[in-house]
Design a protein around this ligand. Structure first.
Ligand SMILES: [Fe+2]
Length: 387
């Protein structure tokens, strides 16, 4: 019997966690990059990385002195990196098979393939980024727009809201955001999730931050890359907080007021003022409206700060109607680029190429047609739009 038991132990299958989705890159900066992935079982995880052939450095996440060991969602921030430098990396996970107070047993280590990323660089002469919006879970639209954009390289991707229709569960986030983005670009190019009003809806909406990395834990934030200061804002919902659709569970008037305070400080910051260009990415465009309270509130409060800070460009979505709104003196003194709808023939991808001298915006529809361009030169009088 002992022999038999021994044979059973020897023939037991070895266990290894499976990487269900990822790795995908988040929260890029000049000196750090966050890598995320999801395993099918709880695991202890780390990233191996380096600048040469060998991945000779290792990063993991610990909080309060404890290395993460009780989760399937893995978030590892690699710090101490050099600006504008390419790194190679792979992610590794090891299932925790038993987790007793004084005895932990592990499964075998699973490792991803090796990929590369490049840190941001405020001194880079020219950068490019793309913006996708209002996909509403139509993966085929996300795929076709991204493939169109991939005819030219880009440094960053902004998911500018309403990529999801509402959030009910984890598979929805994986199936319509994380998996397609990982397959298309996110292993090597980070995406910035700009929350849309639809991503505030549904019982799982409060869990979205677990699946992405929000700088300083906020959906609104700012960062630099090349000649651009990016300001990401979160408009919340489009209707009043008291609207019956929200069942008394939202608090966006206060949230937008908090962001106004933050924006006041942002436009006075040295980084904002010294940037060659200042670009706001926000799902809903501010506009006066008696019916739509959210955009109206943004219009009444944030717009004046955009004007005061001399914002060069606002990129939005939400209206499901692509257009370019030129600046209007004394009202919105900046152009607003509004990406399209989820329907075939109405979806768009916005591409921006920036140097210290100019911004060039190109809006391409899902059929490959360029449907809008906008040029901003350092001397604003030279700006020109075409749609
Ligand atoms: Fe929207």
């Amino acid at each position: 019997m002992a022999v038999l038991l021994g044979l059973l132990v020897l023939s037991a299958p070895t266990r290894a966690a499976r990487i269900a989705v990822g790795p995908y890159l988040q929260a890029p900066s000049e000196t750090s990059m966050t890598v995320m992935w999801i395993t099918d079982v709880n695991a202890v995880s780390w990233v191996e990385y380096g600048t040469g052939e060998s991945l000779d450095q290792k990063a993991h996440r610990s909080r309060h002195g404890l290395i993460d060991a009780d989760r399937t969602i893995h978030t590892v921030t690699i710090e101490g990196l050099a600006p504008g430098r390419e790194y190679r990396y792979r992610v590794c996970s090891k299932e925790i098979v038993t987790f007793k107070p004084y005895e932990v047993t592990y499964g075998e280590t699973v490792a991803s393939d090796t990929y590369t990323f490049t840190t941001l660089d405020g001194r880079k002469d020219s950068i490019s980024f793309i913006v996708l919006n209002d996909i509403h879970e139509r993966n085929e639209v996300l795929i076709s727009l991204t493939r169109l954009a991939q005819s030219q390289p880009f440094d960053l991707v902004f998911l500018n809201g309403d990529i999801l229709g509402h959030i009910e569960n984890e598979p929805q986030i994986i199936d319509h955001v994380l998996a397609p983005c990982t397959a298309l670009f996110a292993k090597q190019t980070p995406f910035v999730y700009v929350r849309g009003n639809h991503e505030t809806r549904g019982k799982f909406a409060r869990r979205l931050p677990d699946y992405i990395t929000l700088p300083d834990g906020r959906y609104y934030h700012s960062f630099d890359h090349g000649p651009v200061r990016f300001v990401v804002m979160d408009g919340g919902e489009d209707k009043r907080d008291t609207d019956k659709e929200y069942s008394g569970l939202v608090d966006f008037d206060r949230y937008r007021a908090v962001q106004r305070k933050w924006l006041e400080a942002e436009i006075r910051s040295e980084a904002f003022r010294k940037a060659a260009f200042r670009v706001v990415v926000v799902h809903m465009p501010p506009q006066p409206s008696e019916r739509w309270h959210g955009p109206d509130d943004m219009y009444q409060t944030w717009r004046t700060l955009y004007n005061e800070g001399k914002v060069d460009l606002v990129i939005s979505g939400h209206t499901h109607h692509y257009e370019i709104r030129p600046p209007v003196e004394g009202v919105c003194e900046y152009p607003t680029i509004i990406g399209g709808a989820p329907q075939d023939g109405a979806a768009t991808v916005v591409r921006v190429d920036a140097t210290a001298d100019h911004l060039r915006v190109t809006m391409t529809r899902d059929d490959g047609q360029i449907v809008g361009t906008y040029a901003i030169d350092k001397v604003k009088a030279d700006s020109a739009a075409a749609l």
